[in-house]
Design a protein around this ligand. Structure first.
Ligand code: SAH
Length: 312
């Protein structure tokens, strides 16, 4: 039985498994209340808002779960112009949202073309945080983006188990390479984010604990997790979605493990669970990411079923 829940860092694996799996709702409620309290103490009584700009859905990869994978023929591909990206930043800034998150499919050629755009954003908004989420890129490009003014980078590890990773990705993509990128981003001085999909096909509780241990080793500044949601026209289209409840418990465990991390209540959670963003905040998250991608294009950034049709 778990006595204190002030800190989940030192819990042994079996206690973490208990927190994830217990049917005892009073324990689950205690977990959530502790996480909320620590969040309030460490991050203060506020929710941070980020502007998500989905700059392109063109991707060289074929991740089995992803709705913008290269092989999904029904996707209408787009790429925002520099002016459109700057327009998104201007709207966000006017709304009081001063962190821009530029995300897209993995595409090194297009990524390189973003360098002057990042420089321009930095020039126009010296005090903004510029976050990139562009997948695995040559280290030299990570470094060039840093010089251009980017400050943060999100690169989820997706799963910390190499065999499980291989079952979610095509041959040629490896966990080792992903982790190498995450470590390099940290080394370059980026505020670095990682995280996993919860309930992806084949994932076990053991795998989730491996995710927690990997993050304890790497110590990311930001942790983004969300439930897996199947998308039509992908190899996993008939797989069941991940559990919102497990996602919420993981958010709480992560808050108690990494008190000062920035943890978003993700859109995927809100798609699976009505009121999911609020539930995520109650569980210990402190960040909301609002989509600023222009209306016409955001429908095409169709990572999982329901993402673009619900207003979350
Ligand atoms: N290409 C970039 C980021 C784009 S995808 C990269 O490689 O990091 C952003 C995140 O969406 C992914 O890291 C993945 O965790 C999540 N995602 C993709 N497909 C999903 C699905 N079917 N269900 C839930 N989350 C998904």
């Amino acid at each position: 039985m778990i006595e204190t829940l002030r800190n989940t860092r030192d819990l042994p694996d079996h206690a973490l498994a208990e927190l994830l799996e217990t049917p005892d709702l009073s324990l689950a409620r205690r977990l959530e209340a502790s996480a909320r309290e620590v969040c309030l103490q460490v991050k203060g009584p506020r929710v941070l808002v980020r502007a998500l700009i989905e700059h392109s859905n063109m991707c060289r990869n074929n991740c089995l779960y992803c709705g913008i994978r290269r092989g999904r023929a029904s996707v209408k591909r787009y790429s925002l112009s520099p002016e459109e990206i700057l327009g998104c930043c201007a709207r966000a800034w006017r709304d009081g949202v001063h962190t821009f998150v530029i995300q897209g499919g993995e595409n090194p050629v297009q990524a390189r073309a973003l360098l002057p755009v990042v420089k321009e954003i930095r020039g126009r908004y010296p005090h903004a945080a510029i976050t990139l989420s562009l997948g695995e890129l040559p280290f030299e490009l990570y470094s060039a983006f840093k010089e251009a003014g980017a400050t943060r980078y999100l690169l989820r590890h997706e799963t910390a188990n190499p065999e499980h990773y291989a079952s979610l990705h095509p041959a040629g993509m490896t966990l080792e390479s992903r982790i190498g990128c995450i470590k390099e981003l940290k080394r370059l001085g980026y505020e670095t984010g990682m995280g996993m999909m919860v309930g992806s096909p084949g994932q076990t509780t053991r795998n989730l604990i491996e995710d927690l241990r990997l993050m304890q080793e790497i110590r990311p500044h930001m942790i983004g997790i969300g439930p897996f949601i199947p998308q039509d026209g992908t190899p996993f289209e008939n797989c069941p979605p991940g559990s919102a409840q497990t996602t919420l418990r993981l958010i709480s465990i992560l808050r108690l493990m990494f008190p000062s991390a920035n943890i978003p209540a993700t859109t995927a959670l809100a798609v699976l669970l009505p009121g999911g963003k609020e539930a995520g905040i109650r569980a210990g998250a402190n960040v909301i990411m609002n989509v600023y991608t222009p209306e016409t294009e955001r429908l095409k950034y169709d990572l999982y079923k329901g993402k673009t049709s619900r207003n979350v």
